[in-house]
Design a protein around this ligand. Sequence first.
Ligand code: NAG
Ligand code: NAG
Ligand code: NAG
Ligand code: NAG
Ligand code: NAG
Length: 445
Amino acid sequence: MLFPKVESYKMHLLLQLLVIVLAFISLEHEAITTHAQPYTSVVAPVFKHTDAAKPLYSVQVLMSPDHTNQLSHENLIIDFDAPFIWHKCIVHFDTYFTHCPSNEICTDPVSCEDYQCTDVRTLYSYKNPTCQPETNSSTLPYWGYCTCPVNVVNPVTGSCSQGDLNNDAFTLSTSDGRIVGVDFFNLYYGAYPNAVCVHSSSLESFPANVSGVMAFSTSNYALPINLLGPLKNTLALCFPSKPSAPGVLFFGTGPYYLLPQSNVDVRSYLSYTPLLKQQDSFGYFISVISIVIKKRSIDIPANTTTKLSTIDPYTTLRTDIYNGVVRRLSKVTKRLRPAKPVAPFGLCFSTSTTGLKVPDIDFNLPDGKKWTVSTSNSIKQITNDVACLAFVDGGATSEHPIVIGTFQFEDNFLEFDVQNSTFGFSSSLLSKKTSCANFNFTNSP
Ligand SMILES: *[C@@H]1O[C@H](CO)[C@@H](O)[C@H](O)[C@H]1NC(C)=O
Ligand SMILES: *[C@@H]1O[C@H](CO)[C@@H](O)[C@H](O)[C@H]1NC(C)=O
Ligand SMILES: *[C@@H]1O[C@H](CO)[C@@H](O)[C@H](O)[C@H]1NC(C)=O
Ligand SMILES: *[C@@H]1O[C@H](CO)[C@@H](O)[C@H](O)[C@H]1NC(C)=O
Ligand SMILES: *[C@@H]1O[C@H](CO)[C@@H](O)[C@H](O)[C@H]1NC(C)=O
């Protein structure tokens, strides 16, 4: 079924043309010349959501619900593991999308006979024992082909449900790394991966304002591999620490800038370490050699791979490693008043004294590289009186001995190069007097 995909592609070209024409009408000649520089990246805001059982982060993409030139904002949970993108939409066979129900996003179906259907079901599927078999049962009015139902696993509840494979279209704003919409001729960039349309019941326990899952994994159906040219395969992410101001995501190798240092490329803050592949996972892994607190090293078994997770809110350590970290941190924070632990944390402090500060927790990586976790990423304020070490005990037999979670990502700049398998990290940007909430989104659509 090539036809519907071509059709939606054409619609997007039309949309881009419309934008250009409108811009020509509204902009004066001078403005045109100052904006006529090519883009180096695409950019999107990243939101923190605190209204679900755990903090989650979303990226905001633009979509055209009924393939007109109207763009809607859709927030999709950032997921480093997901094999493909899925969100609330319907597959709808209607060449010109004139009958798309209001409040729905309509996309073209993929047929059960298309190779993508088998590909997603076999090589790029969620592996979960609670999932039902994927059958070819449903057909679509006026279309005559069977659709391609596939399983999706809700990252909040772990429950499995089914949606339909589609030909999707996501729109992002272009950037020069400094501002939004720098390239006058290409204000928008379209990405056309296959994704999955789900019913709203698949989004149970999601934050409000979030309508799906954005796969940023190494899968062939995740977004990084589905972008073109210099944008392909390089993803930079900066998670905000508060829901009130967005962080930022870039595709493209940079440069990247955060205010107020409008001339410092954030890449100058990055250290790099190899990304490791792990069988049966599309996620990202690095090697951590030791965890060091005040010059004392906590033992980590050799060849331990460390997972980077956007679904785990706090760094999770296998019990032996966790106990070592807590023991050492307790020892070097004797002057702080302990508080009764607040679940899921095991080490808490009373903060009636102002300005709680604990020693850095250093993750030592190969080749002498070091990811420093300073107080803003190690201690979470729970109430006015209590703050806790934001690391949790993953149990004695946890699948991954170390999982670095999102609290430790906040206000750190992270760059994933999927093709070259390298991971760049800045440690806390706060020590550089900037933060993830400092991208200039002034011109955002
Ligand atoms: C679905 O249909 C396709 C194409 O006819 C076929 O190859 C595949 O085996 C079918 N799958 C199931 C689960 O019936
Ligand atoms: C949802 O989005 C609306 C509009 O952007 C905003 O006013 C509201 O605060 C958001 N709600 C939550 C829970 O984030
Ligand atoms: C660690 O990995 C290296 C290379 O893969 C291997 O030679 C070594 O035996 C491994 N060590 C342990 C303790 O598994
Ligand atoms: C990836 O590796 C290629 C070949 O070694 C190199 O040309 C390219 O610059 C690298 N990309 C990045 C982002 O470092
Ligand atoms: C943010 O970008 C806008 C244009 O997109 C520019 O006019 C403004 O000066 C920038 N703000 C800062 C603080 O640099």
